[in-house]
Design a protein around this ligand. Structure first.
Ligand SMILES: [Zn+2]
Length: 308
């Protein structure tokens, strides 16, 4: 069985694993990311590859947040990594001597979920990563969809409110300012002063996990924030269904462990925004099965699929 190395390059950590063709991670290692420049990233990836102790030279697939051109290995822009305009695949190949492929991290996660998770057997599939921000990956007619230059499926930056809050991408009113973990925290901070009875009152910093935990315990204010976020999640999904009409939508990212709190409201809101929702089947809305491993597995598949 063939193996490859998958690297999940994020703003706070770099996770690496040796992955086999069945999608199993057989060794893993990670480190806090130090994203000064392309050279430092290439060196860290080389260190991780060495730490994995692979005896033979394995190909390396990398998933990185932002605008990544798979065809050229060029990393154009990463709002959360602070990196831009790097020939990253080339730099890592030079540092490690290995064959290297680079893609967007959410595209990688979606493909992994399509191959081994809840998207198995579908031809049209969407994976939505709800974490600090919102990422997306599409499978269309059984193929990965990247767009002309690797910038497709940046669904977090679809406009939902022209005068909405500023976004990390430099514009205003993007979907991720209403439906992400960060959005949930912002709304909680803005409104908590009016809810002294809430368990969230006085918390500093006020983070997403505290909000979902309080909602689970029946805190009315926390529940209202979860419901509001779920509504925005569903509205956005409904619009995306009007564009792509997938058979199934997987929800991944940090929110996945609390998805049960969001699922019903999000599903109802998705139907509200789907054209002719009573006259066509709605996509299944499911928690992703691979969770945090999808990034590593999907990155390794960039190389494993080439050899297949
Ligand atoms: Zn944006």
């Amino acid at each position: 069985m063939k193996n490859a190395i998958g690297i999940d390059l994020g703003g706070t950590k770099i996770a690496a694993g040796i992955v086999d063709e069945a999608g199993t991670i057989i060794a893993r290692h990670e480190m806090a990311s130090d994203l000064d420049d392309g050279d430092s990233v290439a060196k860290q990836i080389a260190e991780l590859v060495a730490a994995l102790g692979s005896k033979t030279e394995l190909g390396i697939g990398i998933g990185a947040a932002g605008i990544v051109d798979y065809a050229t290995g060029h990393y154009a822009f990463g709002p959360n990594t602070g990196l831009h305009d790097l020939d990253l695949a080339q730099m890592v190949a030079k540092e490690t001597g290995a064959h290297v492929r680079l893609d967007n991290d959410a595209n990688c996660a979606a493909w992994a979920e399509h191959r081994f998770g809840v998207g198995r057997g579908t031809r049209n599939f969407m994976c939505v990563t709800l974490g600090t921000g919102i990422g997306g990956g599409f499978v269309i007619d059984g193929h990965r969809f990247r767009g002309a230059h690797g910038g497709a499926a940046e669904i977090g930056h679809v406009l939902v409110a022209p005068d909405g809050p500023p976004c990390g991408c430099g514009r205003r009113g993007c979907w991720e300012q209403f439906a992400s973990g960060l959005a949930m925290e912002r709304v909680a901070r803005e409104e908590v002063a009016a809810h002294p009875e809430s368990a969230l009152h006085g918390l500093d910093p006020l983070r997403g996990p505290a909000i979902t935990l309080a909602a689970r315990d029946g805190d009315a204010f926390a529940k209202s924030i979860v419901d509001e976020t779920a509504k925005w999640v569903g509205w956005g999904l409904g619009s995306l269904v009007n564009v792509l009409e997938p058979e199934c939508i997987a929800i991944g990212g940090g929110i996945v462990r609390d998805w049960d709190l969001f699922a019903e409201r999000a599903h109802d809101a998705m139907l509200e925004r789907m054209e002719a929702s009573s006259r066509r089947p709605a996509p299944k809305l499911l928690a992703a099965a691979l969770s945090a491993d999808a990034g590593i597995v999907g990155a390794a598949l960039l190389v494993l699929d080439e050899d297949a």
